[in-house]
Write a protein of this length. Structure first.
Length: 357
């Protein structure tokens, strides 16, 4: 497993991280706490040492599970959590968004509660969870700097939602010197706003790193969702429109060459190739796939060691992306929401429409 520095924070993260939203909730299948702890331990054994959780996942359950899993192994782990959603005073309604609280008093209480559940006195990375750009006030930034100065936080990040504010927020994370990372949905099929942030980092010579989540495009690029798959209502991937998957299967067929880059008979799986494409960007520090079992951990953690994406492959993929992989149909995903009613999308020249609030 290779490692990369998060910004210029001195914090190193494994190139493949453990997205701990999978434990503590049943959104990606049911598992006991014992099974969840075993998954985390198995990931650590495979070299996946960056663990990315959040207080809202299972309303604290994910953090509690992670705390148990890393007991006695804290020094091996680059631990990250997120705060900003008020689940203490609000019930969860399906997969809907909870109210957010970004005032200093709430954030302080939430952070202290996270440390208790994780059974640690510091986190390596603390991220604001889907905070809108106008909620990250100078007072909030002062508080984050204070935690970094007193050693309870080693690096800071801003985690963006898929449709709950993302472009202006990511640009702010790149601009504000406090933030070492911006986390966003980024994969071969969903390249915006990830590529926009990569370009912004390059153009501004920023030290900010990108943490890429959903690298497998909700089951397409790891081929866990196929035409024969029946998604249960509670499965988090079922929120995608059927057109997304129907067009996605055609796109997967267009990039089969990634599985056999040198004609040697398959030296990468599609899932590994999807991760390698993200790691071809120096700005991407870690990729956090959704591990569902030990087989996923074994295959995807090995992506750090398979052949990297060549320049020729990257250019070919760029050309295919520009042509929408030669798929001339709507994928049902052209409506995205931002915190400034789409003005940031329009200003960036992205071919997306802003949904109304």
């Amino acid at each position: 497993m290779e490692h990369r520095e998060l910004g210029n924070s001195g914090v190193e993260v494994s190139e493949i991280g453990f997205g701990a939203w999978v434990v503590g909730t049943d959104w990606w299948g049911d598992r006991s706490d014992e099974q969840a702890v075993g998954m985390v331990e198995g990931a650590l054994d495979a070299g996946v040492t960056y663990v990315d959780t959040g207080d809202v996942y299972g309303h604290g359950d994910s953090e509690t599970i992670i705390g148990k899993a890393i007991d006695g192994r804290r020094d091996e782990v680059t631990l990250s959590t997120k705060i900003g959603y008020d689940f203490y005073d609000n019930p969860q309604a399906g997969h809907g968004e909870l109210p957010k609280e970004l005032n200093e008093e709430y954030l302080t209480e939430a952070f202290e509660a996270s440390l208790d559940r994780l059974d640690t006195d510091y986190v390596d990375v603390l991220q604001l969870h889907n905070a809108n750009v106008d909620e990250v006030t100078p007072e909030v930034r002062d508080l984050l700097r204070e935690w970094k100065a007193d050693g309870r936080v080693r690096a800071l990040g801003w985690a963006l939602g898929p449709s709950i504010g993302w472009l202006a927020e990511g640009d702010a994370a790149v601009e504000y010197e406090e933030f070492d990372a911006v986390q966003t949905v980024f994969n071969l099929f969903e390249q915006e706003p990830g590529r926009h942030f990569v370009d912004a980092i390059r153009e501004s010579d920023s030290d900010t790193s990108v943490i890429a989540r959903v690298p497998h495009s909700s089951g397409l690029l790891n081929e866990q969702v196929t035409p024969d798959t029946v998604l249960e209502d509670g499965d988090h991937r079922s929120h995608r429109p059927k057109e997304w998957y129907e067009t996605g299967w055609e796109k997967v067929d267009a990039i089969r060459f990634l599985e056999d880059p040198d004609g040697a008979g398959g030296t990468r799986t599609m899932a590994q190739a999807a991760i390698r494409w993200l790691l071809a960007h120096d700005e991407v520090a870690s990729v956090t796939p959704t591990f569902r079992d030990g087989d996923d951990i074994a295959e995807w953690s090995a992506a750090s060691d398979v052949p990297p994406i060549s320049d020729a492959e990257y250019e070919r993929l760029d050309d295919l992306y520009a042509r929408n992989f030669d798929v001339d149909r709507d994928d049902g995903m052209d409506v995205l929401r931002t915190s400034v009613d789409g003005e940031d999308i329009e200003a960036a020249g992205l071919d997306k429409r802003a949904a109304s609030y």
